[in-house]
Design a protein around this ligand. Structure first.
Ligand code: NAI
Ligand code: MG
Length: 337
């Protein structure tokens, strides 16, 4: 059966990197006889301008009736579009693998997965003003913490069996205190090494000794911040894919935003979006127990490594290639591997 993909190109560089990623998906589908059907939907600032809403109903319906969703970055309407989608489809696990590649200038060698709770915390969006003050409610629940801790355990189990719980429970005793306590309970007795770090110290330690970390388990906002930091340690936002996973639905997207400063120039770094395709194929492969998809994803990872080491890089990391040239180089690397 064809994989039904709902694809939202998004804003800024979204359409450019989508084109690059779709060409790579097309090649992989031929190589591995993967059948898929892509339907495009509006989302974000352009949609708001054109249709009066950043998240149209047909987009919601399209995602509902697809096997998986992929989105490019959106712009200023992120709250009404992507944050709303995470809530709407209860995409509670945000998975952000970050690794450095040989050939991309990076600060340090790093290979971590940030497992970020994706529906609670300050991003629940409960904000209000009263007089001259403004308030935002930080929501952390026991069930929300339990289920994300279980996801972190699964990832750690398939990696170095090392989880670091990130929080600020010394100050936020009720909310982060709960996150810490419940995470520790869930991770206990699974044969994993479990550490903890205050988020400020974590930001320091990640840049000082990234090799000491494997899976970072975080509440929503800390994961958002630390994943940009981790991506920069690895060489920049242009190489960072992510997954938003729920019980029924999943949505894959780059970590970065719409990069308005370089949009429309054809020079956006497409690796993030191309790696998004790999993550998506691997995820469906696991869910449908289809080994071909996992193989396709692995082969893509190797082709990405090859293209990078042959210098196929865009200007954000000191290269001269255009967005679509990188896609072509990856396709050549796929064919010759
Ligand atoms: P950004 O990630 O768009 O850009 C930060 C810097 O990184 C810029 O200099 C940009 O040119 C560069 N950059 C990012 N991705 C790149 C790529 N693929 N290739 C080359 N360079 C790249 O973050 P910023 O500027 O804070 O936000 C821009 C817009 O994106 C905002 O409107 C924000 O709301 C939105 N945003 C959307 C997200 C989403 O759709 N999930 C996530 C983060 C931000
Ligand atoms: Mg972010």
């Amino acid at each position: 059966m064809a994989i039904r993909i709902a694809w939202m190109k998004g804003d800024g560089i979204g359409p450019e990197i989508s084109e690059a990623a779709l060409s790579v998906l097309d090649e992989l589908s031929r190589m591995y006889s993967i059948t898929y059907e892509v339907k495009f939907y509006d989302l974000g600032d352009e949609s708001l301008l054109k249709r009066g809403t950043a998240l149209p109903q047909d987009t919601i319906d399209g995602i509902s009736s697809s096997d998986v969703a992929v989105k490019g970055p959106v712009g200023e309407s992120a709250l009404e579009s992507i944050v709303a989608l995470r809530q709407r489809f209860d995409l509670f696990a945000n998975i952000r693998p970050v690794r450095s590649y040989k050939g991309v200038p990076h600060l340090k060698e790093i290979d971590v997965v940030i497992v970020r709770e994706n529906t609670e915390d300050l991003y629940k969006g409960i904000e209000f003003t009263a007089g001259k003050a403004a308030f935002a409610l930080k929501v952390i629940t026991e069930e929300g913490t339990r289920r994300i801790a279980r996801v972190a355990a699964q990832y750690a189990y398939n990696r170095r069996k090392l989880v670091t719980v990130v929080h600020k429970a010394n100050v936020l005793r009720a909310s982060d205190g709960l996150f810490r306590r419940v995470s520790m309970e869930e991770l206990k007795g699974l044969g994993l090494q479990v550490n903890e770090r205050y988020v400020d110290a974590m930001a320091m330690a990640l840049i000082r000794d990234p090799e000491n970390y494997d899976v970072l388990l975080t509440p929503n906002m800390y994961g958002d911040i630390l994943s940009d930091e981790a991506a920069q340690i690895a060489g920049g936002l242009g190489f960072a894919p992510s997954a938003n996973i729920g019980e029924k639905h999943s949505l894959f997207e780059p970590v970065h935003g719409s990069a308005p400063d370089i949009a429309g120039k054809g020079i956006a770094n497409p690796y993030s979006m191309i790696l998004v395709v790999g993550m998506m194929l691997n995820h469906i492969g696991v869910r449908q127990n289809d080994k071909r998809l996992a193989e396709a994803s692995l082969r893509l990872e190797r082709a990405v490594e090859n293209a990078i080491s042959n210098g196929s890089l865009t200007p954000d990391v000191g290269g001269k290639k255009k967005t679509l040239d990188v896609a072509k180089d990856i396709i050549s690397a796929l064919r010759s591997s």
